[in-house]
Design a protein around this ligand. Structure first.
Ligand SMILES: C[S@@+](CC[C@H](N)C(=O)[O-])C[C@H]1O[C@@H](n2cnc3c(N)ncnc32)[C@H](O)[C@@H]1O
Length: 265
């Protein structure tokens, strides 16, 4: 299943199955505003904005925010968080590989969990470079998966691999350029700073996480057909009961919001 279709299918459970809560997003927004020395006129663009988890605090504080997303369902989820469409928010349904903006339009471009979905990274980074104002910031970010959830996922992957259909010999070739983002942007004259914007503890009961997997909230849950997935999840539940002792066991570990901040030198 293509990534874009996948996000549309899970749009209504995206937020609850991730771990960036609104209070954490508020703290991250404080960090970003300080980092970019924002003024009330600072303009933000988030390609792959999804349900708006990262930028909702900026919108609520009155900053100009533009978002592009290929999934209308993800954008609809964002809209539902707002009583009405505020004048400082523009949402565009489309492919962010070609940004429909003039040169030097934005002070800050933010991408979060997005670059892996782009088919041609060089073209995408060229587009970001084009739409950024001189001295603008490109912030490439991700919220690192809390280790306990990563371990949980690894257990599921092991079980899933037993049910996975063999990959067909003739796969269509991917067009992604395997480039190093940092090297590519340095060559364009950017300086890079790696920053941790926020660390926080994420806790979930095992049965809650199992429920997320049952809902097929993550990409790996779409790797096999429905019937095989059903068998895999049943086996995983038995494994969890045995491995964690109880489905009510709580898994806690630390998440991080990390940012690679690029500034044109
Ligand atoms: C993992 S989600 C991240 C959403 C949001 N940035 C966040 O951190 O919650 C990836 C998002 O990128 C969108 N996306 C993927 N490829 C895209 C593209 N080429 N153009 C625009 N949006 C894209 C998906 O629809 C999805 O909403």
């Amino acid at each position: 299943m293509g990534k874009n279709v996948y996000y549309s299918k899970i749009a209504n459970i995206y937020d609850q199955t991730r771990w960036l809560t609104e209070p954490i997003a508020e703290d991250v927004a404080d960090f970003i505003l300080t980092l970019v020395e924002a003024t009330p006129e600072t303009t933000f663009l988030e390609p792959g904005i999804g349900t708006g988890l990262n930028v909702l605090p900026l919108v609520r504080r009155g900053y100009s925010v533009t978002g592009v997303d290929v999934s209308q369902e993800m954008l609809n989820q964002f809209c539902q968080k707002l009583p009405e469409m505020p004048p400082n928010l523009e949402l565009i349904h489309g492919d962010a590989s070609q940004l429909p903006f003039s040169d030097t339009s934005f002070d800050v471009v933010l991408t979060v969990h997005m670059l892996h979905a782009v088919s041609n990274l060089e073209i995408f980074l060229d587009e970001i470079d084009r739409v950024l104002k001189p001295k603008g910031f490109y912030l490439n970010a991700q919220w690192i998966t809390p280790p306990a959830r990563l371990k949980f996922e690894q257990h599921f992957r092991t079980i899933l691999s037993k049910y996975q259909a063999p990959v067909p010999a003739q796969q269509p070739r991917r067009v992604t350029n395997g480039i190093n983002v940092e090297d590519y942007l340095r060559d364009k004259g950017y300086q890079c700073n790696y920053l941790i914007a926020k660390e926080w503890i994420v806790s979930n009961q095992v049965q809650e996480l199992l429920g997320f997997y049952r809902s097929r909230a993550y990409g790996l849950c779409w790797l096999i057909p429905d019937e095989a997935f059903h068998l895999a999840i049943e086996e995983f539940e038995v494994f969890c009961q045995d491995h964690y002792g109880s489905l009510e066991a709580v898994l806690s570990s630390q998440a991080q919001f990390e940012i690679w901040a690029y500034t044109a030198s």
